[in-house]
Design a protein around this ligand. Structure first.
Ligand SMILES: [Ca+2]
Ligand SMILES: [Ca+2]
Length: 442
């Protein structure tokens, strides 16, 4: 009996840890719609519950304030050390308009990044995190445009990995969950991130038909080598589509939060810069995609798998059942109000405290030659605190900070000529450093 119990506890224990092992990269576009902030709040709170670890957050907009607003949100949740990437392939980054909450968050809340230029290159950050990840361990949630992920799939070998972007994604990514498409009755117009349009959609620059966005989405949909699941427009649903399917509306309860709460302020900035209104609830497109990405179907969603998604240049999204094809989409499996209630609850949980307890020190720190690069590599540190995890490593030479790794390798480039010791410390999401590992320069 005792051995049966310990056997069962091993099963329970390991299934708890299997649960806790969801590692997420969030690819987002915080700008003209506050569901991205709702989503980031929910992500932080699910991480605090021990359901996931946030490996990186990456912006896809062409606004200078978007990545800064991600940084402000992460600081608000006491996780200012999470690496932040930004899409650097735009010809120009422009000021966010006054009606965007990212414009206001960047001005009103503490953050570390002084400018979007200090954010990491989004594609390089994807590659760095994926290169050090275990096989099929990363869930990518794309709730913005496909700019970064498209460029990732197109990327070639670099300092982080000898693999092409496509091969790297195939090897490391467990699943891509994306907010986009439209699967009503098996086919329909996309009205959101994928660059679709229809008669309801008169604007063309951001949320609807846009040639480059449509082209990038089509490439990603046709070439993503990992399981690819879409949460279509009809799941979280846009405000003008209520008549047909019903919205998962969240946000109105945020008025119960402190008046300076970053989530409440984001929704208020969004609505009050457009019109004076006590109404601040919004559709939950991004939250539904993330909800599924972290928690799976549960009682909320049903995933239709084994098929092929295609997107036309006109933004028409088509689904074809096809055995052994690893694309799919989700649909709501229960009442929209019940899903909204669960999402809003997850959005509103209080921010995590700073985790003051350090992660374990890095082990097995070594030099190795990898192609033409001289690299340091090591075994990953652990942070056993619930709601905390290792996000990076800081490298020091003779007590001077020389760089940060967002994985378990670092290429030093030019060797310091003076010799001496290199020191490596793991960093948890709150920015707390571990004890050091040391190595003598060769
Ligand atoms: Ca979004
Ligand atoms: Ca800790």
């Amino acid at each position: 009996m005792k051995s049966l119990l310990s056997f069962l506890s091993v099963i329970l224990f390991s299934s708890f840890f299997a649960q806790a092992q969801i590692k997420i990269i969030l690819d987002t576009d915080p700008s003209a719609d506050p569901d991205d902030v709702g989503c980031m709040a929910m992500l932080h709170n699910m991480a605090s519950l021990g359901e996931c670890e946030i490996m990186a957050m990456i912006n896809s907009t062409h606004y200078k304030q978007s990545s800064l607003s991600i940084d402000a949100i992460n600081h608000f949740y006491n996780r200012g050390a999470i690496p932040i990437g930004d899409y650097k392939g735009y010809e120009e980054k422009i000021e966010a308009p006054y009606t965007n909450y990212d414009y206001h968050l960047a001005r009103a809340y503490p953050r570390s990044l002084k400018s979007w230029k200090e954010a990491l290159d989004g594609v390089a950050l994807y590659r760095e995190v994926l290169a050090s990840a275990e096989d099929k361990s990363i869930t990518v949630a794309i709730i913005g445009t496909m700019h970064n992920f498209y460029a990732l799939l197109k990327s070639e070998a670099d300092v982080y990995s000898s693999l092409s972007g496509k091969d790297l994604v195939e090897q490391k990514v467990k699943e891509v969950v994306t907010m986009g498409g439209n699967f009503i009755d098996g086919k329909g117009y996309d009205r959101t991130n994928w660059g679709g349009a229809d008669q309801l959609c008169s604007y063309t620059e951001w949320s609807c038909l846009n040639e480059s966005r449509n082209r990038m989405c089509r490439y990603v949909i046709d070439n993503c080598p990992s399981p690819f699941i879409a949460s279509g427009w009809e799941v979280g649903c846009g405000d003008y589509y209520e008549a047909n399917y019903g919205n998962v509306m969240t946000g109105q309860s945020l008025i119960k939060l402190d008046s300076n709460h970053i989530l409440r302020r984001s929704y208020e900035y969004h609505f009050k810069t457009r019109r004076e209104t006590p109404e601040i609830s919004r559709h939950s497109n991004d939250q539904c995609a993330l909800h599924y990405a972290v928690r799976g179907e549960q009682e909320n969603y049903v995933a239709v798998r084994n098929g092929n998604i295609s997107l036309s240049t006109a933004g028409v999204c088509t689904w074809t059942a096809e055995e052994n094809n690893q694309q799919g989409y989700i649909q709501k499996a229960r009442d929209k109000e019940l899903i909204a209630e669960e999402i809003e609850y997850l959005m509103m949980l209080p921010p995590n405290e700073i985790d003051p307890s350090a992660p374990s020190a890095p082990q097995n720190l070594k030099w190795a030659k990898d192609r033409e690069y001289h690299k340091l590599h090591w075994e990953a540190s652990k942070d056993e605190t619930k709601g905390s995890w290792v996000v990076a490593y800081h490298l020091y030479h003779e007590d001077a900070f020389i760089g940060r790794a967002n994985g378990t390798q670092f290429s030093l480039g030019e060797m310091p000529e003076s010799g001496g010791k290199l020191e490596l410390r793991a960093v948890n999401a709150s920015g707390i450093e571990s004890e050091s590992a040391w190595i003598d320069l060769p």
